[in-house]
Write a protein that binds this ligand. Structure first.
Ligand code: GLN
Length: 487
């Protein structure tokens, strides 16, 4: 048998239940794996093994009392923008270096209630702005499949940790694709729940109308189990939805017979790497061979999605990040007066990409440009939602590539922000509409880099996308492939 850290969540649960291993054994194995491989990958910003072992013992004691549950005794790696009481939360920014969270995010509190162990802070693009984890102030996270390539972003640490078996599951966040795209780049599963499905309380806000806590895991079943724990209404987040949490695990049993799969050619347009397009089309054909029915649909406004997002997300970010001013939050750089102090603080401690977004966002919200850009983008956002509404009248789920390319070389995209923004075209629409989305491994490029299949569904249709993803995964072996050794 391979080491515990290489098992998936369900396998570990079975071992725990049978008494074959303890939670302490699992945490120890994950910590050892971090020791062995994370020097190469750099998914972790920190991981306090001693503290995690104390919690592991508590979980083992709960199990000894007869308690059960999908995450009981399982360590979960946490993206560095979710608050975990007593742990640092710096959003991969120098501005927040040294900040220790005084409380648990609701998603983290739910993990703890279920007996899971928040173990380790994983790397990300600063304040979740980026698609490669190159914008972290603490160094890039490398792709376990090829260390010269990016892990994707902004939840690159979460995805690389799962792929490198330094995490069993991980929580990330997805504002424009940050869970699905790194999952696709690293060959693991990434689930972006519907807007309002998981509480955002304690998730450091980037763009509040788009942000959603998501899950990165080794299998679709593991993502379903984790979602069942973190989902649900939270009175502390007014945008969280009171709709009940269904039994996601139950949805996994069903096959694909009769499921209508929408295919919109717009998602396979210019800029999509032919290898990526071919793998995704093959994956869709495979679903059809399992009994699904393909339906050609249209998505006429896709071409506007990137522009809409890069007006709305920076606008919201410029407001959300105003709290990092050296007074309310952030490491202060002293100056003679408060305004110079704020300027110096932000200038010294924020990275270029974050500054770019703040400038852009402030500009589109300024009087004179507000109507021309911000209001117009809001109206155009409604057109994306309309496209989805029409699509879902004709089919149950929409399938597409997750990203137009596989993971690029470190340094290749960072110099050209616009090119990197265009890489978000397939994932952004789901955030703009509030729907849910899943990334499932579906192939490899000639160069040996993973390719992901995106499965999109309407708001609160997670059962549908999980069912499709699980059926696909169970009849293929892409998810079983492992990256080689790293050094
Ligand atoms: N890549 C997108 C951006 O840079 C998405 C980021 C995210 O989802 N957090 O904004």
């Amino acid at each position: 048998m391979s080491i515990l850290a290489q098992q998936n969540l369900r396998e570990l649960q079975a071992l725990l239940e049978s008494g074959a291993c303890s939670s302490r054994d699992i945490v120890t194995s994950v910590a050892e794996q971090i020791q062995t491989v994370d020097g190469d990958i750099h998914a972790y910003l920190e991981a306090d093994t001693e503290a995690a072992l104390v919690e592991a013992d508590a979980a083992d004691a709960r199990r000894a009392q007869g308690e059960k549950g999908p995450l009981l005794g399982i360590p979960v790696a946490i993206k560095d923008l979710l608050n975990v009481k007593g742990q640092s939360c710096r959003c991969a920014s120098k501005l927040l270096e040294g900040f220790v969270s005084p409380y648990d995010a609701t998603s983290v509190a739910k993990l703890r209630q279920a007996g899971a162990i928040p173990f380790g802070r994983v790397n990300m693009d600063e304040f979740a702005m980026g698609a490669s984890t190159e914008h972290s102030a603490y160094g890039v996270t490398r792709n376990p499949w090829n260390l010269e390539h990016v892990s994707g972003g902004s939840s690159g640490g979460s995805a690389a940790a799962v792929a490198a078996h330094t995490a069993i599951v991980s929580l990330g966040s997805d504002t424009g694709g940050s869970v699905r795209q790194p999952a696709s780049f690293c060959g693991c599963v990434g689930l972006k729940p519907s807007y309002g499905r998981v509480s955002r309380y304690g998730l450091t806000a980037f763009a509040s109308s788009l942000d959603q806590v998501g899950v990165l895991s080794k299998t679709v079943a593991d993502a379903a189990d984790t979602l069942s724990v973190v989902a649900g209404h939270d009175p502390r987040d007014t945008t969280s939805d009171p709709i009940g949490v269904p039994d996601y695990a139950a949805a996994l049993g069903e096959d694909l017979k009769g499921m209508k799969i929408g295919i919109a050619e717009e998602f396979f347009g210019e800029g999509v790497d032919p290898e990526v397009a071919a793998s995704v089309r093959k994956a869709i054909d495979h679903c059809v061979s399992l009994g699904a029915e393909p339906v050609a649909v249209q998505f006429p406004h896709l071409k506007y999605a990137v522009s809409i997002y890069y007006i709305l997300a920076p606008a919201e970010a410029s407001v959300n990040l105003s709290r990092f001013d050296g007074i309310r939050y952030g490491n202060r750089v002293e100056a003679d007066d408060p305004v110079s102090m704020m300027c110096k603080t932000r200038d010294a401690h924020l990275g270029d990409e974050v500054k770019r977004r703040i400038l852009l966002g402030t500009y589109v919200l300024s009087s004179g440009y507000y109507d021309a850009y911000y209001v117009k983008a809001l109206k155009a956002r409604a057109l994306i939602k309309q496209d989805f509404d029409k699509v879902y009248e004709q089919c149950d789920v929409l399938m597409s590539p997750v990203a137009p390319t596989t993971a690029y070389k470190i340094g290749a995209g960072a110099q050209d922000p616009l090119a990197m923004y265009l890489g978000d075209i397939c994932t952004i629409p789901s955030n703009l509409s509030g729907g849910c989305g899943l990334s499932v491994p579906c192939g490899f490029s000639q160069a040996g880099l993973p390719i992901g299949l995106q499965i999109l569904g309407p708001a609160f249709a997670e059962e549908r996308i999980l069912r499709a993803g699980h059926a696909f995964e169970q009849s293929t072996d892409w998810h079983l492939k492992q990256p080689g050794s790293f050094s």
